[in-house]
Design a binder for this molecule. Structure first.
Ligand code: ADP
Ligand code: MG
Length: 398
């Protein structure tokens, strides 16, 4: 989905207040009645003008056939609210290129005030429903108000909480910098997904490092659940600054792990299944891409279980529940992901973001044509443009 930030600079304080009122009202209304928007906003002069301004740029959408006149927040509106929070907290100053389109997220390069590049990941759960089976559609239709919003928030919160816990315990993951609503901001890793790596000098070494990462996660009570060539970025570094020494045989490859919304505890009912799948994804990829097969079998989940808590390491599955991502949240998110068929990049049966068969969410609702949201899928899939530079098209938020 496009992230058009142009209008951010032109919204008035009252427009923002009205938008926030629609968000607040969405907590218990699927369609927020217009009088309620006015009431929550506390704007004495009325909100009519502000509502039309917001609807015109697609931040809220009017529902025509509802029993009453009202508006709902769109993904665009939620994007704006979270960007506004980042702008105020000085986490994000400008938005640049989109570098990834996942099946349930959009990834952008952004920058802070000093021009330091960062990554903004926007979770878009619910989008998947419109490209999978009809059953999902019916299911989602009858879900409680704002569930796409709630689920996308949960995914962002989960990802942020896990990334933080992993980072604090020395795992090679991006630095989590900020979180708001359905989005997170993290450090930019100057690297490509392993999927785009054609060859490596020492496949056995890299393989061993990845397997030991899987085992180290288990030691801390965790299974990544989507450990594959899309979610491992390979950093290429040299020991020496001298270009003469920077030969292919001297390159040092460091794998960085990303994408955490589907992480599970080693105590999960299907832990063994997820663990084996993670291991097998790596085995399969190394065989196909690098013609490398390890002499060693496994590791098996039984072996991994023996490592849990070894060396006095904390159980991060327990720690995250205590630090903001509760067991109930985990359960809600998991059952939603399961029911809409979100089950990892590595699963060939899962719907992927690189299929161009999407229907727009907005086409599916009874809305005013005029207030239609400009949604456009830029489905370029997993081999996204390989650049981490903010382009000339960079847009500052203030
Ligand atoms: P999804 O849940 O949609 O799979 P990911 O978190 O895996 O989203 O990100 C999708 C792609 O975006 C990655 O494959 C990677 O190319 C890029 N990406 C994500 N996070 C970063 C980051 N911190 N630094 C650099 N690239 C990133
Ligand atoms: Mg991914």
């Amino acid at each position: 989905m496009r992230l058009d930030t142009k209008a951010m600079r032109y919204l008035s304080a009252e427009d923002w207040r009205t938008l926030t009122a629609v968000e607040t009202g969405s907590r218990n209304h699927e369609v927020v009645p217009t009088p309620l928007i006015a009431q929550i906003s506390g704007l004495r002069g009325g909100v009519h003008k502000n509502i039309s301004a917001l609807a015109k740029i697609g931040l809220i959408a009017r529902l025509k056939n509802a029993k009453y006149d009202g508006y709902r927040l769109t993904y665009g509106g939620l994007d704006y609210l979270s960007l506004n929070t980042y702008r105020k907290r000085k986490d994000v100053y400008s938005v640049g290129n989109q570098i990834g389109v996942g099946k349930e997220s959009d990834i952008f390069v952004v920058a802070d005030e000093k021009g330091v590049q960062r990554v903004l990941k926007i979770h878009r759960l619910g989008r998947i429903s419109f490209r999978t089976v009809k059953a999902n559609r019916d299911y989602l239709r009858h879900r409680p108000a704002g569930s796409w919003m709630y689920m996308s928030r949960l995914a962002a919160l989960k990802e942020f909480t896990f990334m933080k816990a992993l980072r604090e315990n020395g795992f090679p993951v991006p630095e989590p910098l900020a979180q708001s609503r359905h989005t997170i901001v993290m450090s930019l890793i100057d690297a490509f997904p392993m999927r785009q790596v054609a060859s490596v000098p020492d496949p056995a070494g890299l393989y061993a490092e990845l397997i030991s990462m899987i085992l180290r996660l288990a030691q801390y009570g965790l299974i990544h659940g989507d450990f594959n060539e899309f979610n491992i970025l390979i950093k290429e570094e040299y020991n020496s600054e001298d270009p003469k020494d920077q030969q292919p045989e001297n390159v040092i490859l460091t794998p960085i792990l990303i994408d955490f919304p589907q992480m599970v505890s080693v105590d999960h009912a299907n832990a063994e299944y997820y663990f084996d799948r993670d291991v097998n994804c790596i085995k399969r990829f190394f065989q196909r891409r690098f013609q490398f097969t390890s002499d060693e079998k496994g590791p098996s989940f039984a072996e991994a279980r023996k490592l849990i808590g070894k060396g006095g390491n904390p159980r991060l599955d327990v720690a995250v529940a205590a630090s903001g991502f509760s067991k109930k949240m985990a359960k809600d998110l998991e059952s939603y992901m399961k029911e809409v068929g979100v089950d990892g990049d590595g699963d060939p049966d899962a719907a992927r973001g690189d299929e161009d068969e999407d229907e727009d969410e907005e086409d599916d609702e009874d809305e005013d044509g005029e207030d239609k949201v400009d949604v456009e899928e830029e489905a370029d899939g997993d081999d996204m443009q390989a650049h981490n530079q903010i382009s000339a098209a960079e847009i500052s938020l203030s």
